[in-house]
Write a protein that binds this ligand. Structure first.
Ligand SMILES: NC(=O)c1ccc[n+]([C@@H]2O[C@H](COP(=O)([O-])OP(=O)(O)OC[C@H]3O[C@@H](n4cnc5c(N)ncnc54)[C@H](O)[C@@H]3O)[C@@H](O)[C@H]2O)c1
Ligand SMILES: [Zn+2]
Ligand SMILES: [Zn+2]
Length: 371
């Protein structure tokens, strides 16, 4: 079976459309026809060199679609089921899955290279060259063969072009605030970077009952959107935010600082560390190049003020439980998703979508494979 896919070759800084062969689903695998794919900044990190891995690779790790075919031994899904891809797989039996921490599932070890646990590929070109599937998904393809463990069955009445956001941006941001950050009623939470991830950290912090939810982003449209979706304050710079948070909290500082900027650097982590008060928590969810040392803080302040700095993947949530839960919150009107997909693109316009993301014009761009 053939598909069109947006791929990146070694040394390339743009996505290119290519026709590829999609493998038949093997044991425990399903073939999904993607209807929508979200443009997350993490995919862009494979174009700007912040993240690396084996290439060529089909990018895309936020996707929603319909199961077309199932391989031997698949019991949880059948053709016609509506699914959202999860960029962290859930094996269910590794040390982390077994203790309710699927965001750390051991099966994710090679997902940046796009290989599957058997070391093989599920996309090939006409010459037989294997193409990786980012995060074992590759949602920038109209069709992909993926593991049953990488897709979550969702309620069929939820529009797929909305549900797509529950594959990465929504849980990652929401969980950064509610799980990793542990925002509680009455807290003051600051979110640095209002993209597809940060806007959901704003929604999560507000839903958890934070008294003050402070957004920091240099782009005015981002700040305006944050104020519409739960932020109580919004500032263009970390310095303005620090001054106001100091006043709002009578000098005690914020309870959480959530770092969701596009590329994490030392300044934003230091600003986040400084803005939280005693017992405060900094969550670093945004990514930077693995060799960049971005955390340089006073160990004495860390100790004496009992501050915490932690990383978070997938908002430290569990895909099989939390993706369904978040979409049901949307269904009940408590979580806003329609407002997040600012613009829809055809797959052939994907580089334009990323240019718009870089220019700060969109919260989340969404590819519609059905157009
Ligand atoms: N840990 C995870 O599980 C996970 C999952 C998905 C994405 N990510 C990472 O999260 C980050 C955000 O992704 P996204 O898709 O929301 O990106 P995005 O490009 O849509 O949004 C980033 C926002 O940060 C703002 N920004 C940039 N520098 C800033 C600064 N110094 N201070 C304040 N705001 C700043 C930009 O204006 C933009 O609005 C990326 O690094 C991405 O790779 C991590
Ligand atoms: Zn993502
Ligand atoms: Zn596991």
């Amino acid at each position: 079976m053939k598909t069109v896919a947006a791929v990146v070759d070694e040394g390339s800084t743009e996505l290119e459309l290519r026709e590829l062969e999609v493998a038949e689903p093997g044991p425990g695998e399903v073939t999904v026809k993607f209807v929508a794919s979200g443009l997350c900044h993490s995919d862009y990190h494979f174009l700007d060199g912040v993240l690396g891995g084996r290439k060529p690779i089909v990018l895309g790790h936020e996707g929603a679609g319909v199961v077309e075919d199932v391989g031997p031994g698949v019991t949880r899904l059948r053709p016609g089921d509506h699914v959202v891809g999860s960029f962290v797989p859930t094996c269910g039996s590794c040390r982390y899955c077994a203790t309710g921490r699927s965001s750390l599932c051991d099966l994710a070890a090679d997902t940046m290279n796009g290989t599957f646990p058997d070391g093989g590929f599920r996309f090939h070109d006409a010459k037989g060259q294997g193409y990786g599937s980012l995060c074992m998904l590759g949602t920038f393809a109209e069709r992909a063969t993926v593991q049953e463990r990488s897709v979550i069955k969702i309620d069929p009445w939820i529009p797929l072009e909305v549900a797509v956001l529950a594959g990465c941006g929504v849980p990652t941001g929401w969980g950064t605030a509610t799980r990793a950050g542990g925002v509680r009623a009455g807290d003051t939470a600051v979110v640095y970077g209002i993209g597809g991830i940060g806007i959901n950290a704003i929604q999560g912090a507000a839903y958890a009952g934070a008294k003050f939810v402070v957004a920091v982003d240099p782009v005015e449209f981002k700040r305006e959107t944050a104020l519409k979706l739960g932020a109580t304050h919004a500032f263009a710079t970390a310095e303005e935010a620090a001054e106001r948070v100091h006043e709002l909290t009578w000098g005690q500082g914020a309870d959480q600082a959530l770092v969701t900027v596009g590329v994490v650097d030392e300044k934003v982590v230091s600003d986040a560390f400084d803005i939280v008060g005693k017992g405060g928590t900094v969550v670093v969810t945004g990514l930077g190049a693995p060799d960049d040392l971005t955390v340089h803080v006073s160990g004495a302040v860390l100790t004496k003020w009992e501050k915490t700095i932690k990383g978070s993947m997938f908002g430290t949530l569990n895909p099989h439980y939390d993706i369904v839960k978040l979409l049901r919150l949307y269904d009940s009107g408590r979580l806003k998703l329609d407002e997040l997909a600012t613009k829809h693109y055809r797959l052939e316009d994907i580089n334009q979508g990323y240019a718009d993301m870089k220019a700060g014009k969109i919260i989340r761009g969404v590819i519609r494979h059905d157009r």
